[in-house]
Design a protein around this ligand. Structure first.
Ligand code: MUC
Ligand code: MG
Length: 367
């Protein structure tokens, strides 16, 4: 099944509840829908969410690299020749989200050609995942209100709290309020998006020692190599690398350097093929990982779910699969529904993504 055409369609959907964090803010989902056409009219889909403050990619840049560099290199290749496709994509450095989306759209076609759900082709462990919700910067009372609402409405009991503000006590107060109001009915963990210094992060962790946090993520920059190693050595909970590990080689480097003790996997930046390699690497090394969220819309969330449900290790931990709930609308013909704190994979060939073409026409911004 040869690839015949690739489209990179920019679209924009506003958030009803913008997400604010140490490295940036998301008010409008200005993402790119990647659509790969195969022979016989089979189409694969994926969503690329640009994060300029994390990987340097922009919406216009993702569209340009896919249409002007990737498409001429891979149109005409067979979707089953994935290693060859990646060898061509990897002639270009960087651009993780553009590459990730191309990879996922190719897998979507592979599943459709074989008539099997991609989650089964990847691993086939389960058909569902527990959902963790990521809450942005806010004051303690509003954060408690949000967590309570998500718990009651969707059954979500795991929350990631964005931290990294100054003074660090702003974030400590939020975490303390969550624990005080929700008790041990919830799991809590924190993500600093590199906002603190190693010393601030160490003080914050000490101040939250009694809050029974599950883990901490990217509290300070991984580029502060010795500071990071010092911090990770003192942490009493797993220390996750997220934006510092956008490739398998970076995973190895961070783990061997002592810059992290656990790994966040995001299909938005490593697609399925490289997420699989990262997962197997972690499994072999005895390193825990979970499915993170690149502030994905529903198309991207479906991909995270398909991957996370495929493996025992990723399915055992709650995955970050709910921030599409903060968007005013989305592109899926049949919206995702979180029930009793879980999302279920669709029993359809491919990834299960079916696009609402009317919505795509309404939100695309290239016409
Ligand atoms: C996260 O886990 O850091 C924020 C920026 C980004 O690239 O992903 C999000 C969430
Ligand atoms: Mg993170």
């Amino acid at each position: 099944m040869k690839i015949t055409k690739i489209e990179a369609i920019p679209f924009a959907i506003p958030y009803t509840h913008p997400l604010k964090f140490a490295s940036g803010e998301a008010h409008v989902a200005e993402h790119v829908l990647v659509r790969i056409h195969g022979e016989d009219g089979i189409v694969g889909h994926a969503e690329a969410p640009p994060r300029p403050y994390t990987y340097g990619e922009t919406q216009a840049g993702i569209k340009a690299v896919i249409e002007t560099i990737f498409a001429p290199q891979i149109v005409g290749l067979d979707v089953f020749d994935r290693e060859k496709i990646h060898a061509r994509l990897n002639r270009t450095v960087g651009n993780p989200c553009a590459k990730g989306a191309v990879d996922i759209a190719v897998w979507d076609i592979v599943g459709k050609v074989l008539g099997r759900p991609v989650t089964t082709l990847l691993g086939g462990y389960t058909d569902r995942m527990r959902v963790s919700h990521m809450v942005g910067f806010d004051d303690p009372a509003r954060t408690v209100e949000i967590a309570q609402r998500f718990k009651e409405t969707y059954g979500i009991t795991t929350f990631k709290i964005k931290v990294g503000r100054r003074p660090y006590t702003l974030d400590v107060d939020v975490c303390r309020a969550l624990r005080a109001h929700l008790g041990d009915t919830v799991d809590l963990y924190i993500d600093g998006n590199r906002g603190w210094t190693a010393a601030e992060a160490a003080r914050a962790l000490k101040a939250m020692e009694d809050l029974d946090l599950l883990m901490a993520e990217e509290l300070n920059p991984a580029d502060d190599v010795l500071g990071r190693r010092w911090l990770v050595g003192r942490a009493r909970i797993p220390f996750y690398a997220d934006e510092s590990v956008s490739r398998p080689a970076e995973v190895v480097r961070e783990l061997l350097d002592g810059g992290a003790t656990a790994i966040s996997i995001k299909t938005a930046r490593t697609g399925f093929t490289y997420s699989q390699r990262v997962h197997f690497l972690c499994e072999s090394l005895g390193i825990e990982n979970y499915i993170g969220n690149q502030i994905d819309g529903q198309v991207g969330t479906m991909a995270s779910l398909v991957f996370g449900a495929a493996y025992k290790g990723t399915a055992e931990r709650a995955g970050e699969l709910s921030n599409f709930l903060d968007m005013s609308d989305d592109l899926l013909a049949e919206p995702l529904r979180i029930e009793r704190g879980e999302l279920t994979v669709r029993d359809l060939p491919g990834t299960g993504v079916v696009i609402d073409e009317d919505k795509l026409s309404r939100y695309r911004c290239d016409t």
